[in-house]
Design a protein. Structure first.
Length: 97
């Protein structure tokens, strides 16, 4: 696949071809009521606040040299992936010049 991609570049483009592996992750918190320990005969009073807050992290790394790029976004969908790919591409081109 990499060799086929390399053939699609013009001959005058001598930049090295790099392969990156990408993954996304969701980090956040959900507070839920659950059981807890208390002495016999005591019913603990626990305040509860239902919270659902997340942030999404997109990251790509080149295993050959460890170069990486990450982007934190408030959501993960096709539009967010498009943003990540554009920013990653722009960052990679900027580093090469």
């Amino acid at each position: 696949m990499v060799a086929t991609a390399a053939q699609s570049f013009p001959p005058e483009d001598t930049r090295p071809l790099k392969m990156f592996f990408e993954d996304e992750a969701r980090f956040g918190r959900i507070s839920e009521i659950f059981s807890c320990w208390a002495p016999e005969g005591v019913r603990p009073v626990i305040q509860a606040q239902i919270v659902r807050q997340y942030t999404h992290i997109f990251s790509a790394v080149c295993p050959h040299d460890g170069e990486s790029f990450s982007l934190i976004l408030p959501y993960a969908d096709s539009e967010a992936m498009e943003i990540f790919l554009f920013e990653s591409s722009t960052n990679h081109r900027t580093l090469r010049k």
